[in-house]
Design a protein around this ligand. Sequence first.
Ligand code: HEB
Length: 92
Amino acid sequence: AKYDLQNGQAVYDANCAACHAAGVMGAPKTGTVRKWNSRLAQGLDTMIQKSIDGYSGTYRGSTTFMPAKGGNPDLTNKEVGDSVAYMINQVL
Ligand code: HEB
């Protein structure tokens, strides 16, 4: 497989869960289908690239921040890809 979901879970636990497990400050909560449905339409590659680069959005009138690589510049693009694939797998 292109993505290693087991490695993705380890990367997620260490770098992404702080925001995405509870879904704080506009972060889509892991495993909550309605938070991910509209995002999935972009496709996996786009979601991975945005997670590598970081981006800003809006949620309930406030600006949101998805930090580049979740704020850990030591992560490789492959590690971010694995963790995004892991997150998406939780809502499929
Ligand atoms: Fe995040 C979003 C992933 C970390 C915050 N994120 C997001 C998404 C994804 C992710 C996939 C979706 C995208 C689209 O839609 O396109 N993250 C992720 C990962 C990680 C993370 C993989 C690890 C590496 N985050 C994180 C952190 C935080 C966050 C740590 C906090 C600080 N995010 C976030 C937010 C959001 C996101 C807020 C939302 C934005 C908007 O608005 O959209």
